[in-house]
Design a protein around this ligand. Structure first.
Ligand SMILES: [Zn+2]
Length: 114
């Protein structure tokens, strides 16, 4: 279960995996390696989980899809996004926004990122 530690929330492996699984799939990338951030549409690498000591813009963290829920840390409410994108989410409940994005096919632009 998620532990709140000051301003940080420490998620357990099960929660991290659930959040990762919820993140948007890139059609041409292995979902166990790479997913897409629903806020900025830029990719995230699974191995690049948020490191409090060495923060980096492409690191991912866990976002709460619906911030109006009573039980915020319920497993279905977790989604991986960039740590830096947490402040750019707009509505209190991002469910509709995420479902809309999920309907589109997304591809990782290999040429752009070479
Ligand atoms: Zn992002």
């Amino acid at each position: 279960m998620a532990k709140i530690n000051g301003n940080e929330v420490e998620f357990d492996q099960k929660e991290l995996q659930a959040a990762w699984d919820k993140a948007i799939v890139l059609e041409n990338a292995d979902p166990n390696v790479m997913k897409m951030c629903y806020v900025c549409k830029y990719h995230m690498l699974k191995e690049n989980y948020f490191n409090f000591e060495k923060p980096d813009t492409l690191q991912w963290y866990v976002d709460l899809i619906d911030t109006t829920l009573k039980d915020l840390f319920v497993i279905n409410n977790l989604i991986a996004i960039h740590n830096v994108c947490l402040e750019f989410r707009k509505k209190k409940n991002a469910t509709k926004r995420i479902e809309k994005i999920r309907k589109v096919k997304w591809n990782f632009d290999e040429e752009f990122h070479q």
